[in-house]
Design a protein around this ligand. Sequence first.
Ligand SMILES: [Zn+2]
Length: 87
Amino acid sequence: MADNWDKQLACATQCRRCDRKLERMDQRILSVYDHAPICMACKRDEEKRPDYEQVSKEAIGQCLIDTELAYGDPGGYCFYHFYPFTC
Ligand SMILES: [Zn+2]
C-alpha cells in the first residue's frame, strides 16, 4: 500500500467483500481481517464472526506498528477500521 492509502481505500467504488457499489457518500469501513474497504453490511457480518474481537484487537495493535513509518497519518488509517467514513 502506498502513502495515498486514504484515497485508494476511502474512495473505493465498490465493496471488496460483496462487490456492492459504493457511492461517494456511502459509508464504508476497513476490514480488520484484510484491511480492504467494505460496506457497512459486510462490517456487521464481520462483527458476528466468533474471532472478531480477538482479530480486531490484534489488527489495531499491528496497524499502529505497521503504519508508524509507512504512512503520514497512521492514526487515521487505524481509526478507519473502527469508524465508518465517506469518501
Ligand atoms: Zn459489502
